[in-house]
Design a protein around this ligand. Structure first.
Ligand code: NAI
Length: 345
């Protein structure tokens, strides 16, 4: 039955980890190693049931194959989810590290939602196939959040240029959902660039504090997708673009870091039909993986990473242009490009 799941998409391997001693339960999904080791972060999350965790792992893992390929990295795609049934402990993190070590370098982890760079240092006690470790000045790597935010910032600039004919953020209204590692850093960059911001987070204190700091407006998390703005930027969880939510959006552009924003492939077409320009999630949110891949591969410093992240702007501009020229939704244009790169065209 697993092989027929809609999101299975010929995953090369899926590992289920159950470490009784520490209480760790995790799924490590490896979609493709065509271009290199399956690289993708680890999410620590409370799922409704095991099936939801598996679906999330599979969708995120394929997204990493596409993301790494489109970012031009010599890495395949994978992802891990830890089922947060109990409080996080170092014993669980070390057990997770041992499970990764057992895969012999075919999967490389990093942070995702619910994981910190400190957690990576605990995982690193058991395996070297981990990135996103704390680094000191000038080196590539570290918490990928700020690099992801930088990529979203330049990618959003490509989107407002294409859709609104704007070359700068001055006076552009951006509604941001989720103000964590990525959304918080993105909000600060946009505020510094002169954007008008409306912010929401389920952590209302975080939203209020950041808004006070940046001179932004706050709305309840349930209302952020109804805000009339130039750009909606999802930086919390995935599957938020559905038939209903797309119909209700009052923006010209959707551009944010959240993985798997489209609930179904049809939702990309729905956005296109409404004339809303969608920046494909795995193209715009590649900044973090570009940074941690350079750290893991030892292939660059902070300056070369910055150059690679800056290239997200041009890559998205190309996707937007091809989508417009061919009348194809932007996500379909990007998927076709990515699948060609991983040998599944
Ligand atoms: P985070 O855990 O630091 O922040 C997520 C924030 O979203 C938290 O402040 C949380 O309270 C808030 N949130 C959760 N549900 C919400 C809701 N329904 N409405 C409003 N706010 C809500 O996570 P991080 O690292 O900032 O990642 C955000 C998204 O970007 C995730 O989807 C992640 O997979 C994706 N992403 C992150 C990358 C990274 O480098 N950290 C890289 C690529 C993608």
């Amino acid at each position: 039955m697993f092989f027929d799941l809609p999101d299975f998409d010929a995953h090369e391997a899926v590992h289920f980890v159950d470490d009784r001693a520490s209480g760790l339960r995790a799924i490590i999904a490896m979609h493709s190693t065509h271009l290199g080791p399956a690289a993708g972060g680890c999410r620590w999350w409370r799922y409704a049931d095991d099936g939801a965790a598996l679906t999330d792992a599979l969708r995120l893992s394929r997204g990493m194959s596409y993301k790494n390929a489109m970012a031009g990295l010599p890495m395949g795609g994978g992802k891990a989810v830890v089922l947060r049934d109990a409080a996080k402990s170092d014993a669980m993190l070390e057990a997770f590290g041992r499970a990764i070590e057992g895969l012999g370098g075919r999967y490389v982890t990093a942070e995702d939602v619910g994981m910190t760079d400190r957690d990576m240092t605990v995982i690193a006690k058991a395996t070297r196939h981990v990135s996103g470790l704390p680094v000191s000045g000038g080196a590539a790597g570290g918490n990928p959040g700020p690099s992801t935010a930088e990529g979203v910032f330049v990618g959003m600039r490509a989107a407002i240029a294409h859709k609104l004919g704007r070359s700068a953020f001055t006076g552009v209204h951006v509604a941001i959902q989720g103000l964590g590692s990525v959304g918080g850093a993105l909000a600060a960059k946009l505020a510094a660039a002169g954007a008008t911001l409306t912010l929401a987070d389920i952590d209302t204190d975080r939203a209020r504090d950041l808004a006070a700091q940046l001179g932004a407006t706050v709305v309840a998390d349930a209302d952020i997708m109804d805000v009339e703005a130039d750009v909606f930027s999802p930086n919390a969880l995935g599957a938020i673009l559905t038939a209903e939510s797309v119909a209700a959006l009052r923006v010209a552009v959707v551009a944010g870091a959240a993985n798997n924003q489209l609930a179904t492939p049809q939702d990309g077409a729905r956005l296109a039909a409404r004339g809303i320009l969608y920046a494909p999630d795995y193209v715009i949110n590649a900044g973090g993986i570009i940074n941690v891949a350079a750290e893991y591969l030892g292939s660059g410093d902070a300056a070369s990473v910055a150059t690679a992240i800056a290239a997200i702007e041009g890559r998205l501009a190309d996707i937007f242009a091809e989508a417009e020229a061919t009348g194809t939704p932007t996500d379909a244009v990007a998927d076709a490009m990515a699948r060609r790169l991983i040998g599944r065209g």
